[in-house]
Design a protein around this ligand. Sequence first.
Ligand SMILES: [Zn+2]
Length: 442
Amino acid sequence: MTSDALSAFPAPTDEVVDLCRDLLRIDTTNTGDNATSAGERRAAEYVAEKLAEVGVEPVLHESAPGRANVIARIPGTDPSRGALLVHGHLDVVPADPDEWSVDPFSGELRDGYLWGRGAIDMKDFDAMVLAVVRHWQRTGVRPPRDIVLAYTADEEAGSEYGAHFLATRHRDLFDGCTEGIGEVGGFSYTVDESQRLYLIETAQKGIDWLRLHAKGRPGHGSMVHGDNAVTALAEAVARIGAHRFPVVVTDTVRAFLEEVSEVLGIEVDPDDPEIAIAKLGPIANIIGATIRNTANPTRLDAGYKDNVIPGRASATIDCRSLPGQSELLERQLRELIGPDIDIEYIQRQPALETTFDGDLVEAMSAALRAEDPGARPVPYMLSGGTDAKAFSQLGIRCFGFAPLRLPADLNFSALFHGIDERVPVDGLQFGVRVLDRFLRTC
Ligand SMILES: [Zn+2]
């Protein structure tokens, strides 16, 4: 008897490649406009079908026509334990085919990589979870605790039709969930041949998107005019754009820097860690944004005719606050812009931070070390935000853990929302093995 005859089903490490490729071929571009989001429903149906095929009972929840989320619960052997939420979004940001080396929705396999929009953000993880669960269902494996799977819509445009919809309108789906894993963490950063840091996300910055409104006196563009809304707004925006907020090193960032300092042998000044962070190459940008509040002007809007001074002008500022600093940031901004310009919050979601300890962290670390003896798991703070913001409102302790072993020379962070997004096939397979171990033992 051959080993093929023993197992009629593909190995999860093989199947993950097909699953990921299928998902990449479904264009789930999220422009923020419901009229263009039909792909989300198709992807959700695909996932539901793949789960149902092996006996899991998924449920589709539409928040609006075409905005579909898939939820399923896999019962664990020990009902006394809290459930684990495993979540991944199915939507992707737009991709301009003219800028890419391949068709961004072809799922092309080339040079050991699967290419396509969503390859690392985050259809890779979506496929890994599917591959593991399908393998378990076929071979009779049951996890120790309930696992709640959530495949969400709309993460790339604020999660209103995805995670936030689920967390507010269908909270019963998450009954008993105490902890959760999702993007962006568990990926490797190569130190040398024998050592890799695996960055596990234990914190993420808050989202503080605001609009500034300046008012002035409308008038004729040819006349002397001392109360111009455009001038007032431009001055405020320029002050914000040029400002550097003070360095604040949180527990997560301190733990990360201590580990980095030890492993890389670089001196880290805790009060001024920027010099050390600059040496981190491809992840310097992410880590550098987690030692202070940030505020980047992103939009300007004023006027309707070349020779008319408008009475109003507005600007959007993308601010990200450190844990516990949202109110402080608001005061800092108020000081920068003065009393005459109004601040309107268009998004305000809190930062998250949890500790890097406990059984779940142990299970993540052990699974990584088992598959990569050179693994050094380390906590870090994400400068962006994820669906974890919505799920943490339900009291769920959220981590970014979508394990991926990456080649040393791959600029991973540049691939997020970037051109030629791609995932190494062996990294994807590594992720399946780590997740399989982790989910069996957590
Ligand atoms: Zn993502």
